[in-house]
Design a protein around this ligand. Structure first.
Ligand code: FE2
Length: 365
């Protein structure tokens, strides 16, 4: 048994601050197929905010909005500055008090001291620390807790949601300012006890216009992976710079959702109206030479714009959505791993050229 209080079990949920949680819940239900599971708001005695918990597979999204201009000023300010975005990547621990104390001892900035909830479902404890930008990590202790979240009412007969096959969160990427990547790599190493999995230099990830650097941090079990990006000097404004200016600082750039059948998932998401980035046709002509034999039919992947990359241990399939808001900030990735532990570095160049075409259309290149 691991006695480190910061031995994280899993991502418990991701909380988004959004301007209209009810409508965001409708959007994530009808597009990603996340089923409404629980609700908290005026009807459950909560006066300052409304929250909807949605889920499919192991994925849990919590969508939260303030109820009046002054009811939850911290949430209102977050939305005013960042637009809709990720506030909290909540991590499950055995003991939230111990995790919090150890994190603070190692230098974490406290956001919320351990708070215990005891209801008919059992005992639930939450504490929070700061990470990049205005983003936080809550530590969630819920062993034996039978409810969804304290103060929430279960949604008994949820409206139907498309079966998109989304199963779990594979990784969550943060964008930070130029020169700050190593500071946050240090935070995940020294405070959170993560280790560095990979490092992509600006040489590996550059086009004529854009460049970025990325380091991937993962927890001890390898189940939680957080790549951190920073912009690098390029000829024009990089996609990371575009994110930073529209988000108003560092924050979550994308969430990668794992599926067992990427073709079916992409078809379901496209039918639901999600737009994905397209790479040029030439990408698929060069593909067999670059990645070797794969189980999937390349023509079927090409039809959908699904990308392929390979490392020593296998290959992966991935595709990236357009931003989920009018601001070019958060987007999603759909990923299917066949042994490969990478992040698709072999696709970055083709992909960034695709992103730059979109950036140019927005007048931001
Ligand atoms: Fe990714």
């Amino acid at each position: 048994m691991n006695t480190d209080p910061l031995a994280f079990h899993s991502i418990d949920h991701v909380e988004f601050y959004v301007s209209n949680a009810r409508q965001a819940a409708h959007f994530y239900r009808s597009t990603l197929g996340l089923v409404p599971l629980a609700y908290a708001g005026l009807e459950t005695g909560v006066r300052d905010r409304a929250s909807w918990l949605l889920g499919r597979g192991h994925v849990r999204f919590l969508l939260t909005s303030p109820l009046t201009p002054d009811s939850a000023p911290e949430i209102s300010r977050h939305i005013e500055r960042h637009g809709d975005g990720v506030k909290d990547i909540a991590l499950r621990v055995s003991n939230a008090q111990a995790a919090y104390e150890e994190a603070v001892r190692r230098g974490a900035k406290s956001v919320q001291e351990p708070t215990e909830f005891e209801d008919g479902h059992g005992r639930f404890v939450r504490a929070s620390i700061a990470t990049y930008g205005d983003t936080i990590h809550s530590f969630i202790e819920r062993e034996g807790y039978k409810g969804t979240l304290p103060g929430f009412r279960n949604i008994e007969n949820p409206p139907s949601a498309p079966d998109t096959g989304i199963a779990a969160i594979d990784h969550i990427v943060g964008n930070v300012e130029l020169g700050h990547m190593d500071e946050w790599v240090g935070f995940y190493r020294d405070v959170m006890g993560f280790s560095q999995l990979t490092h992509f230099t600006d040489q590996a990830i550059s086009t004529d216009y854009t460049a970025l650097m990325s380091k991937v941090m993962q927890n001890g079990s390898g189940r939680i992976k957080f790549p951190i990006n920073e912009p690098a000097e390029g000829k024009r404004k990089s996609q990371i710079d575009e994110y930073l200016s529209f988000y108003g600082g560092p924050g979550v750039q994308h969430i990668a959702l794992a599926t067992k059948d990427i073709v079916a998932t992409v078809d379901a998401l496209k039918t639901a109206g999600i737009d994905f980035l397209r790479v040029p046709e030439a990408y698929y002509t060069e593909l067999p030479a670059r990645v070797g034999p794969i189980d999937e039919n390349v023509e079927e992947l090409a039809k959908r714009g699904i990308l392929v990359d390979r490392d020593d241990e296998g290959y992966l399939l991935q595709i990236f959505s357009q931003p989920m808001q009018d601001r070019p900030t958060l987007f999603f990735e759909v990923i299917r791993r066949h042994g490969c532990k990478g992040f698709g570095v072999g696709n970055f160049k083709a992909l960034f050229e695709a992103i730059e075409r979109e950036q140019a259309l927005r007048g931001n290149l």
